[in-house]
Design a protein around this ligand. Structure first.
Ligand SMILES: NC(=O)c1ccc[n+]([C@@H]2O[C@H](COP(=O)([O-])OP(=O)(O)OC[C@H]3O[C@@H](n4cnc5c(N)ncnc54)[C@H](OP(=O)(O)O)[C@@H]3O)[C@@H](O)[C@H]2O)c1
Length: 331
């Protein structure tokens, strides 16, 4: 079968290539999935660069999520129930950018037929993170302000739409003024561009000098620092990404005096704290919210596996629209 493989960590457009490799064999409790499509998420590119929290042994194949058909089950009961079904293929070891992937049978979740492949391909990583951050970790109440940076990301757009559905208000920070009108049209209650002036001043002009109680940051560096500095007393900032690659600087006096909290979030860790019934409920919740358009992923450019280097470049173009997808096989 064909698979995207890299032998050394580095720039995705340089180190990723397509190779013929043997079909993998599912072991006990595992299934073999014939892949239909898989998105290019920032976490896949962080793995390729050797910058992710958990790294594979090389050579390796990236790809944490996707959609496919279960072809075969290894020994064990669970896998037999999903053979022949179209599933969300969650692959926490990575490896979905291939014609076939072996995943844990528990992480092959059948999905209703009405969800199109490109939505099922991006069913888990961003939608589950949005639900977890907003409804479980921060528990943003109706009427409250939630400030978020990199608001134009696929995930940021879902948060804007969840704000409308759940009744909280969003302050959306973007780096380019050109993105402001579009996010307002999407439902952002306030949208500010860091190129238009200090983020802290712009946020205080909206919510007052006390600041915001709830904030999210996937950027770090000066942006993450400004998100912390925008917190009200008793405010919480959840850091869930490292898009700038730079650390956040915390003013410790501000943190102590106002009991402000900064905490990290990683979906892989969070999911392990959920029971099987809780995960089933989460899947139902995500299905309904995708159907309602709230957690739907805007599709971007699609590439075949052979064009992995072009796809990796396209995924990081500034101002890109939609999620870049690898079209791997027929439905
Ligand atoms: N912790 C977790 O478990 C978890 C789970 C899911 C996702 N995430 C993280 O969530 C973030 C968003 O993911 P996604 O799939 O929605 O991403 P995406 O669709 O690829 O969007 C990336 C966005 O980030 C913006 N951006 C990139 N670099 C930036 C920088 N240095 N400063 C400011 N903005 C920057 C881009 O802005 P332009 O529009 O200006 O190009 C774009 O809007 C990523 O950091 C990802 O790793 C974390």
């Amino acid at each position: 079968m064909k698979a995207v493989v890299f032998d050394r960590f580095g720039e995705p457009s340089e180190v990723l290539g397509v190779r013929e490799v043997p079909d993998p064999t599912p072991g006990p409790g595992e299934v073999l999935v014939r892949m239909i499509a898989s998105p290019i998420n920032p976490s896949d590119l962080l793995v390729t660069r050797g910058l992710y929290g958990k790294l594979p042994t090389l050579p390796a194949t990236p790809g944490f999520e996707g959609v496919g058909i279960v072809e075969k089950a290894g020994p064990g009961v669970l896998g037999r129930f999903v053979v022949g079904k179209r599933v969300v293929a969650i692959n926490d070891r990575g490896g979905n950018w291939a014609e076939k992937a072996v995943i844990n049978a528990r992480q092959a979740r059948p999905v209703p037929d009405d969800l199109p492949d490109e939505q099922v391909a991006s069913f888990f990583v961003n939608p589950a993170t949005v639900v977890a951050l907003v409804r479980h970790v921060l528990r943003v109440p109706r009427g409250a302000w939630l400030a978020q940076s990199a608001a134009g990301s696929s995930l940021g757009r879902m948060i804007i739409k969840l704000g409308k559905a759940d009744g909280f208000k969003t302050i959306n920070v973007v780096r380019r003024a050109a993105a402001v009108a579009e996010l307002k049209a999407l439902g952002g209650d306030a949208v500010i561009a860091s190129e238009n002036g200090p983020i802290v001043d712009q946020i205080r002009a909206i919510v007052g000098n006390d600041g915001v109680r709830y904030a999210l940051d996937p950027v770090g560096g000066d942006v993450g620092t400004a998100m912390f500095d925008s917190l009200a007393a008793d405010g919480r900032l959840v850091v869930y990404g490292t898009l700038s690659g730079e650390p956040i600087r915390i003013d410790s006096r501000r943190m102590i005096a106002g009991k402000r909290v900064v905490e990290g979030f990683w979906l892989g860790h969070w999911a392990k704290t959920r029971s099987i019934p809780q995960m089933l409920l989460l899947f139902r919740e995500i299905t309904q919210l995708i159907r309602a358009g709230v957690l739907a992923t805007e599709p971007g450019e699609a590439f075949p596996l052979d064009r992995i280097q072009d796809a990796a470049r396209a995924a990081e173009v500034v101002g890109r629209r939609g999620k870049v997808l690898l079209n791997i096989g027929a439905h």
